[in-house]
Ligand binder design. Structure first.
Ligand code: ADP
Length: 260
């Protein structure tokens, strides 16, 4: 456990209960993200990771508890969040260029029916430079690799000038080398922006994020820097092989391990 974080708080969730119809998916979640954080949350499929993000974006209303973003209710505070959705298969014939995709990131701030300004232009250019994709600005998105497309979507989120970048499974559908390169990029971006990502990729999360939490209906997060046996046990209720900082090691004995 860590000493109290003294940086300004960005996200504060208190006793959040949320779900769909009659099923609770998130139960009594208490969660804080501070400026400068790089938080990774892992959890099994169906564990409520996406629902947590939806609560932060105001797409799912909790039925108990409170959420604030920079001290504001979600509806007002979500302008400080930049969201990068999961990479989905893309129609490679769809005629849209890299610049236009990133420019869409400015629409939230400025509204649909208005011209882009010099400021918008500068923000788009800055975002593309930050993800090292400026040279590709005229290229149709359909010609890019999965990893390059993911960089463009990160730039789209950055173009709105967020204080916290939220990423949903940023390395699903990209190969391991690309995955390392995306995490390397996020590590660099974290010098100026806070990051929250959710994934089920334990190897990446333990190597690149500053703090780690586990979510499976309940959230286990107290600013831990490494995955602990208790966290894994509480979340997955079974042994898991971990690759921590490039070194494979088993954190829990296997179900079938015979005690001598
Ligand atoms: P994760 O992102 O960790 O895989 P989700 O937050 O997507 O988990 O889902 C958590 C649970 O909520 C699952 O049991 C899922 O079936 C259910 N769920 C997700 N979205 C909906 C929805 N729109 N309507 C009803 N149930 C949903």
């Amino acid at each position: 456990m860590n000493e109290k974080n003294t940086n300004p708080i960005i996200i504060e969730m208190k006793n959040i209960w949320a779900g769909y119809e009659y099923e609770s998916v998130l139960e009594d979640i208490n969660f804080e993200v501070y400026q400068g954080d790089f938080v990774g949350l892992i959890g099994p499929n169906g564990g409520g990771k996406t629902t947590l993000i939806k609560v932060l974006l105001g797409l799912v209303k909790p039925y108990r508890g409170s959420v604030t973003i920079k001290g504001l209710p979600v509806e007002e505070g979500r302008k400080y969040l930049g969201y990068v959705p999961q990479l989905v298969e893309f129609d490679h014939q769809f005629p849209i260029r890299v610049w236009d995709v990133v420019e869409m990131g400015r629409l939230g701030a400025r509204g649909l029916l208005r011209r882009f300004t010099t400021v918008d232009h500068q923000k788009v250019e800055g975002a593309l430079r930050a993800v090292e994709m400026l040279d590709f600005f005229r290229r149709p998105v359909g010609e890019l690799s999965g990893g390059q497309r993911q960089r463009v979507y990160i730039a789209r989120a950055l173009a709105s000038d967020p204080e916290l970048l939220i990423l949903d499974e940023p390395t699903s559908n990209v190969d391991p080398q690309m995955s390392n390169s995306i995490f390397g990029l996020l590590h660099k971006l974290n010098e100026t922006i806070s990051i929250l990502l959710i994934t089920h990729d334990m190897s990446a999360i333990s190597s690149y994020t500053k703090t780690i939490g586990c979510i499976n209906r309940n959230l286990h997060y107290h600013g831990e820097k490494e995955l602990t046996t208790e966290m894994i046990e509480a979340t997955y209720q079974c042994p898991v092989d971990l690759i921590a900082h490039g070194l494979p090691h088993r954190v829990l004995p296997s179900h079938h391990e015979v005690k001598e």
